[in-house]
Design a protein around this ligand. Sequence first.
Ligand SMILES: NC(=O)c1ccc[n+]([C@@H]2O[C@H](COP(=O)([O-])OP(=O)(O)OC[C@H]3O[C@@H](n4cnc5c(N)ncnc54)[C@H](O)[C@@H]3O)[C@@H](O)[C@H]2O)c1
Length: 395
Amino acid sequence: MLFSGSLGAFRDRLANRKQHYRLVLSLINKFSKEKKMEKIKICCTGFSRRGKDLAKCAHADSDFEITAVCDLDEIRKKEAAGMLGEKVHFYTDYNEMLKKEKPDAVTIATPQYNHRDLAIRAFENKIHVYCEKPLAMNLAQCDEMISASEKAGCVFIVGQQMRYHFHLHKAWNIIAGGEIGKPAMIWLKEFRGPFRVSPEHMWIFDQEKSGGMLVEKSCHHFDLFNWFAGSRPVSVYASAGLDGLDNVKNFKCTINDNAWVIVNYENGARAMLGLCMFLGKPDRAEGTIGFHRREIGVAGEKGILHTEGYLPAGNIEIHYADSHNLIRYELKKEGTIPNKFNQEGNKGIFMDFAECIREKKKPFASGEIGRMALAVSLAAEKSCAEKRIVQIDEL
Ligand SMILES: NC(=O)c1ccc[n+]([C@@H]2O[C@H](COP(=O)([O-])OP(=O)(O)OC[C@H]3O[C@@H](n4cnc5c(N)ncnc54)[C@H](O)[C@@H]3O)[C@@H](O)[C@H]2O)c1
């Protein structure tokens, strides 16, 4: 009796406790769900080709809610409403948008000659920034942007989305795991069609406005070199020319359209880029896809890693130096667990942006990463112009 009474009381106490725990648990769940449901209010600046890509990503990501779009061109108003719905506000004045919308975050997809001003204005208003690559026109502007983000305590992520491509992230993991030994030689070949030709986009063919092909395009390539080499770039030698684009739709083209570039790293690694941008019709025009080839390789003392293609599901091959063995990772078969490094780069970078805002972390594509990629780009352009080896420390 005594025994069963104690057991009963114990059971009642347990039941009470369980009820209590359940209540606490449901409150925690409710609270965390509500917290999770709180959307990051984001405004999109620049709504042309790249701005629309970014808006699509933010729109599809449940962490974000786009409240407004800003573009100097009124024509974008209709396009924004078509893509994002009529309730998204439209501005032609960035400052007015920041003032009225008070967003948590902005995307900046305007030409690089105004990235600095737009980003700094956002940081002054304690707004997190996703800024497109190339980060700015020079390293002093990058430094100003980085220190403004630090002062504001805001996330600063740069559109170096190649870092989030599934197959490139996988390649980096293989390299970092020591499978091919220390990277000694890295190469990247991209042979493709020219930049898009359209009236609002002609700034890209103007060396003064875009910084040149090795700034506009190759900040992606050099970021990859910096990442895979795992070291600081020290010097650059480049040779470039203008062989196919000389007169783009009656506009005097002042950028180069093909180049070879060699980058030397502090740890002894060296990387080489071959870029050709005069093949086929302008970017993404029908028929250019056959020319749009990107090939990446890394050689270490134990073997060579090789990958080809744009898609996140490209294959990776490893040839071992001592055994003539070949391993092929067929990434399509690996399945996709949704995380920021397991899909297409644009989605992954937005996942990182949201995560960093919520958890107050530094992004994988940080301001410093964008700055270092730009440093190699600027050195490469200087080397082409002055026909000599350029030290990164000169910049
Ligand atoms: N990460 C990538 O892979 C990638 C790809 C393409 C372009 N980009 C970069 O994105 C940026 C934009 O490229 P794009 O091809 O869309 O250029 P674009 O010239 O087609 O579009 C720029 C848009 O910005 C608007 N704009 C300019 N100044 C503005 C301002 N002060 N306020 C509001 N709107 C303004 C213009 O009206 C235009 O609609 C460039 O820096 C480019 O290098 C990055």
